[in-house]
Design a protein around this ligand. Sequence first.
Ligand code: ZN
Length: 162
Amino acid sequence: MSKKHHLSKIDISDLSDTQKQNWEKVRDLLTRHLEKKNQRKTPERYAILKVIYSLDGHFDIDHLYRMFKEKQFSVSKATIYNTLEVLLEASLVKKHQFGKVQAFYEKSIFNSNHDHIIMLDEYEIVEFCDPRIEAIKKDYEEALNISIESHSLYFYAKKKTK
Ligand SMILES: [Zn+2]
């Protein structure tokens, strides 16, 4: 028989000290964002944030939904979708359109600055971090007297046959 846990009872005893500190930091960022925007501090929003920050790499809404289902937490896909929109606005997650259909997400804090190569044949995502991109940004900031807030760069690639 399945039992539904109450979301506010998500405990953090299974986290290491660093993970706990990181969790407290992102939790506080979400709290500040929700207070600033006058939005409700629902346990679901915090539970979703916590699951996202326990993940490495990219995920989509279905992936999150399945994770909650496995843990027997009842969260609807609509709630997950709405929470992701809130987290995007709070700059706590990044959204990627790797393919044609669904969007992928990843945590933005405690995650290194990186860009993505999308392998078209096997639908694999390769992350890379190249300091030359930061140098290009700096050059344009100086040349145009601007401050670049963010960037979006995707390479779409196929494996060479020989
Ligand atoms: Zn990534």
